[in-house]
Ligand binder design. Structure first.
Ligand SMILES: [Fe+2]
Ligand SMILES: [Fe+2]
Length: 170
């Protein structure tokens, strides 16, 4: 980053890079969680939900691009190995050992809620000080909120479908 950029940062740059590296690790784990979950998923509405999960996966990767861009601007060293993702991430990678659609969705939902916390934390940390990172964090936060809503809606639809099927059987 240029000298003026350093002068106006207004926050602890080292701490910020740590937070961004944690976020970067979480984005890669979220990407893989969506990507693998979409492919192995089984159960109701699979054909509708699978492509949507792959879109979420692509959006997580796009978040990683935004986050790494800012780390480099801040003269930070981005996380360099996949082994570090697990160490730095606060959001857990949930192994999709059961491919049932609702279980996969609930795992993804936990990940989204964790991402929402992460970007709220970064947005709060930079608010009114580092406008550039703040803008990136709020942009990503908005997309994570949309992801959470999408998943909640699919879970609601599946529950509704199961209730309807029960009524038909009675
Ligand atoms: Fe993300
Ligand atoms: Fe997300």
């Amino acid at each position: 980053m240029g000298q003026k950029g350093v002068d106006i940062l207004g926050v602890d740059g080292k701490k910020l890079v740590q937070m961004l590296n944690a976020a970067l690790s979480e984005e890669w784990l979220a990407y893989y969680q969506y990507w693998i979950g979409a492919r192995i998923m089984e159960g109701p509405m699979r054909s509708e939900i699978e492509p949507e999960l792959l879109i979420h996966a692509d959006q997580e990767l796009a978040h990683a691009v935004l986050v790494i861009g800012r780390i480099i601007q801040l003269n930070g060293i981005p996380v360099l190995t996949p082994a570090e993702w697990m160490k730095l991430a606060s959001c857990e990678y949930a192994v999709p050992s059961d491919p049932y659609v609702e279980i996969i969705l609930n795992q993804n939902l936990e990940g989204e809620r964790c991402a929402i916390k992460r970007y709220k934390e970064i947005a709060d940390f930079t608010n009114g000080k580092d406008h550039t990172t703040h803008q990136i964090a709020t942009q990503i936060l908005n997309e994570e909120l949309e992801h959470e809503q999408d998943i909640e809606d699919w879970i609601t639809d599946i529950e509704r479908m199961k209730e309807d099927i029960k009524k038909i059987r009675l």
